[in-house]
Each structure stands twice: as structure tokens, then as C-alpha cells.
Design a protein around this ligand. Structure first.
Ligand code: HEC
Length: 116
């Protein structure tokens, strides 16, 4: 039993680590650079558009996470981007992961992050 405590502590402390930056950097940054626009709008540009439409966090996260879980033309709020780059591919995210990433985007000031 006494060997179990360090193990339990380790598992609990893993939960305290914020995995959202990893999820964002591992899955989104390939296309959405911080501020440069190459193959897709930059994350700064996307965030500006979404903040304009949904200033409140709950609405921002709800709309973006639903869209990212199932990208489509009908519910896009960036039709100019679709005309330019075509609609974003479906990356197969479940809604809960998509919500975590969207909340991270809402909370993060990308101007403070090393440009990528
Ligand atoms: C393979 C490239 C690629 C990857 C990877 C990618 N995106 Fe996109 N994304 C695009 C392109 C291209 C657009 C612009 C066209 C559009 O809006 O569909 C876009 C648009 C968006 C939009 C704007 C939606 C709208 O209203 O039109 C959001 C939000 C978004 N991406 C979030 C994400 C998030 C979050 C991730 C990571 C989980 C991600 N994207 C990963 C290519 C990508």
C-alpha cells in the first residue's frame, strides 16, 4: 500500500498540468501560425473575427468548438477565408477536446507568444 501513494500523487499531479497549449500547438499551428498568414488565416486573425462575433467566453467557446469538430461552409463566420483557402479539413476532434482548445484560444494573448 505504501508504494501506492507516490503513484497516486503522480497521477493526480498529471491532471494539474495544462495540456491545452500542447493540443493547440500540436494540432493547429501547422496551418494557423501565430500571426503570419500562409496556408490558412493566422490564429490572431481568427480570434479577432470570433471575438467580434462572440465577445463573451461561453458563446465564443461554444461556437468555435462546434465548428472545429465539424468544419462546414454553412456555419462559417469567415467566408472570405473559405473563398481564399477552401474550407478547413475535418480533423476528427471530439467536442470536449475542441472545447478545451477553443477556451485556450480565448484565454491566450497570442501577441505575447513567440511568432511562429
Ligand atoms: C490542414 C490545415 C488546418 C489545420 C491543421 C487546422 N486548420 Fe483551422 N482552418 C484551416 C483553413 C484553411 C481555414 C480557413 C477556411 C475556413 O474558414 O474553413 C481554417 C479556419 C479555421 C477557423 C475559422 C472558422 C470559420 O468560421 O470559418 C477556426 C476557428 C479554426 N480554423 C480553428 C482551428 C483549430 C482550433 C485547429 C486545431 C485544432 C485548426 N483550425 C487546425 C486549416 C486548418
Amino acid at each position: 500500500m505504501r508504494y501506492l501513494y507516490p503513484v497516486l500523487f503522480f497521477i493526480t499531479s498529471l491532471h494539474a498540468v495544462d495540456m491545452r497549449p500542447l493540443l493547440f500547438n500540436g494540432n493547429c499551428v501547422t496551418c494557423h501560425h501565430t500571426s503570419r498568414t500562409i496556408s490558412a488565416p493566422s490564429i490572431v486573425e481568427i480570434k479577432e473575427n470570433y471575438l467580434r462575433a462572440f465577445p463573451q467566453k461561453e458563446a465564443f467557446v461554444a461556437y468555435m468548438s462546434t465548428w472545429v469538430a465539424k468544419p462546414n461552409i454553412e456555419t462559417s463566420i469567415m467566408h472570405d477565408a473559405i473563398d481564399k483557402y477552401e474550407v478547413m479539413p475535418d480533423l476528427g476532434f471530439d467536442i470536449s477536446t475542441s472545447r478545451d482548445i477553443s477556451a485556450y484560444i480565448y484565454e491566450t494573448d497570442f501577441s505575447q507568444i513567440e511568432p511562429y
